[in-house]
Design a protein around this ligand. Structure first.
Ligand code: C2E
Ligand code: MG
Ligand code: MG
Length: 621
């Protein structure tokens, strides 16, 4: 191209501003080069001999956004374009005449010299080199020097171009990406609140520990759950909840240091994974240490709290054991601790795995039995003060093909846990309303029906429609139905049940509080709940004759029920003395083995049809 010398000569006319950088527009104060604008005129004005073509090539050099210098065989810079002066933050006059090598940092000079040697040597293809050099504003520039030989074929011109590609941003971006990735990785495996390992990391850790368990050693896990955490969170605020978790995390970290790997597994759940313990006793020892470390009272946001945790342990000596199975064991153990009030630890019960399998089979059996209508409803009479049958309570039974007739205690908890209680309860409701409607038509026109319902049913949106549908289908009057819900369920879920509860009341259906006295509820609640019937738990009735305190309680409960316009029912009456005492106290309805157990529909029908045989057990009919 042969423009290098001209460029050099132009630059050599410095410091006249017009020649500052090969006809490029003048830089701004920060070395900013406007990208467009009319070509400055001085060059052609001074050299009318320069043809249009040459001017065009000059501009290609001068305005090329790639930082470019031309160098001679001695490696000296003969010209620089605007992009180069901007990049390096140096004036053209400062650069022209300087050896290119001198621009580079000391550690990059050898590579630059080598590159220049090859560039003019014509023996080999010159290759770019990456160098460090001081750039504008004192920043360090990492650049790739791309050698561009001039001339044709093997004969190389005395000048060549070197393009400087600034890699700094790209490198910074790559470093940033790498750092970001590292941070993300850290965050993904770490828990933001406590700084402990998170669930994913702990699962991996547990898998590793189990897989690595050697003969004669035990691997396992402690699942640590903060007691009453939801209560702290709800009543004292999330900030206090978070702080409590941090404190517990710190204490757990201290107690398990050197013994196990700790992480946060869920909102208020921590995991401690233990690798090669000598025996299960070590797990128990660690659990004790954790319990006592956590229990120290502490002031959090002005509240004096004594943190407490429950611990479930799962252990194995089998490297093939799945970590899920271990967690399951630990969860079951934890559940038992919680049931007993928390603040303790437990190992899973012996034979747990087997019972888990059995439980799953039971669940599937129960599901099928409900769907196929293979359950059965028994009825227990409720007697009035004159000994006549006023109502019947529907009590579900499961005639099991292998295990015989199962009582609710053997499958209702499973149904509650799995949600099967909803279809089960609805089935009982339909069956019983049909049955009692039929009895009212043929045998007992005023007979009433009591049906037990679970909080889970009431919580279903629109469940009241299920009840009114059942009534409509059977033709039973709403006032003939009384739904029994246990005191415990009512107290726990009152706010969520409120809507259904109101709808049912509005439909004219009566409501009873079942097992009253077992839920530690204060009598104040009775007023708020607005039920129609209060069923006193049989625990009180059992102590009626021999325990004065029970008598006093029962008397006050009956009085309170009456004061609030409720009927009082005594459950579990087994002895004549109890019946008489209850009657003296003003109890309205009686239910118990003294008169009749829960019996099949057929048997109850025959009792409804026969003369009332129970009157003799009442003192004052
Ligand atoms: P519950 O509603 O309190 O029913 C009374 C329970 O006490 C019945 O037990 C009944 O057989 C028993 N019982 C009655 N009189 C006496 C007595 O004199 N002595 C003794 N020791 N027990 C007596 P069952 O049938 O085993 O039912 C237990 C519980 O299962 C029921 O207690 C109820 O809470 C629940 N349950 C029964 N059927 C259903 C149902 O269809 N749905 C729901 N959600 N729960 C049901
Ligand atoms: Mg009941
Ligand atoms: Mg009851």
């Amino acid at each position: 191209m042969g423009m290098g010398s001209r460029a050099a000569s132009i630059v050599a006319e410095q410091p006249r501003p017009a020649a500052r950088s090969s006809g490029a527009p003048a830089e701004g104060p920060e070395g900013h080069v406007p990208s467009a604008g009319p070509a400055p005129t001085p060059i052609s004005a001074r050299s009318p001999a320069l043809g249009h073509e040459q001017l065009r090539f000059e501009q290609l050099f001068a305005r090329n956004p790639a930082a470019t210098a031309s160098v001679d065989r001695a490696g000296r810079i003969t010209a620089v374009n605007a992009a180069m002066t901007t990049l390096l933050g140096r004036a053209p006059s400062d650069l022209v005449g300087t050896p290119l090598t001198a621009l580079a940092h000391r550690d990059s000079r050898a590579a630059t010299t080598e590159m220049l040697f090859v560039l003019f040597g014509a023996e080999r293809e010159p290759r770019p080199v990456v160098v460090r050099l001081p750039g504008a504003g004192g920043r360090e520039v990492v650049a790739r020097l791309v050698p561009v030989p001039l001339g044709g074929g093997r004969s190389r011109a005395d000048e060549a171009l070197v393009v400087l590609e600034d890699l700094t941003h790209r490198i910074a971006a790559r470093r940033e990406r790498r750092e970001l990735a590292a941070r993300l990785e850290e965050r993904e495996l770490g828990d933001a609140l406590t700084g402990l390992r998170n669930r994913r990391a702990m699962e991996a850790c547990l898998r590793q520990s189990v897989a690595g368990v050697e003969a004669g050693s035990v691997a396992g896990v402690l699942v640590v759950d903060v007691d009453r955490f939801t209560m702290v969170n709800d009543s004292l605020g999330h900030a206090t909840g978070d702080e409590l978790l941090r404190i517990v995390a710190e204490r757990l970290r201290g107690a398990s240091a050197g013994l196990g790997v700790i992480g946060r597994f869920g909102s208020d759940e921590f995991l401690i994974v233990v690798g090669g313990a000598a025996s299960v006793d070590e797990f128990a020892g660690l659990a004790r240490a954790v319990l006592s470390a956590v229990m120290e009272p502490v002031t959090v946001h002005g509240y004096r709290l004594t943190p407490s945790v429950s611990i479930g342990i799962g252990t194995t000596t089998d490297p093939a054991c799945s970590s899920q199975a271990l967690l399951w064991d630990a969860d079951v153990a934890l559940h038992r601790v919680k049931q007993e009030g928390g603040g303790d630890f437990k190992l899973p019960p012996v034979g747990l795995r087997k019972s888990m399998a059995a439980r799953l089979r039971d669940e599937s059996d129960l599901r099928h039995a409900i769907a196929a209508g293979r359950l059965s409803v028994h009825y227990q009479p409720l007697l009035g003060r004159d000994g006549g049958i006023v109502a019947v309570e529907a009590l579900v039974r499961w005639p099991h093909p292998e295990r015989g007739m199962l009582l609710p205690g053997e499958f209702i908890p499973l149904a509650e846990e799995t949600g099967l209680i909803v279809p089960l309860g609805n089935w009982v409701l339909n069956r019983a309303t049909d049955q009692v409607a039929a009895w009212r038509q043929s045998l007992a026109p005023t007979l009433q029906l009591c049906v037990n319902v679970s909080a889970k049913q009431l919580m279903r949106e629109g469940w009241s429609a299920t009840v009114t549908d059942a009534l409509a289908q059977s033709g039973l009057a709403p006032s003939a139905l009384c739904l029994e819900i246990t005191e415990t369920a009512l107290l726990r879920d009152l706010s969520t049940l409120a809507a259904s509860y109101r709808e049912l009341r509005d439909a004219g259906i009566r409501l009873a509080i079942d097992d009253f006295g077992t839920g530690y509820s204060s009598l104040v609640y009775l007023r708020d709940i607005q039920a129609d019937v209060l069923k006193l738990d049989r625990l009180f009735v059992g102590g009626l004759v021999c325990d004065e305190r029970d008598s006093a309680i029962v008397q006050s409960l009956i009085d309170r029920a009456h004061a609030l316009g409720m009927k009082a029912v005594a459950e579990g009456v087994e002895e004549v003395e109890q019946a008489r005492a209850l009657q003296r106290m003003g109890c309205d309805l009686f239910q118990g083995f003294l008169w009749c157990q829960a019996v099949s529909a057929g048997e109850l029908a025959s009792r409804l049809g026969s003369a009332n045989v129970w009157q003799r057990d009442f003192l004052d009919p």
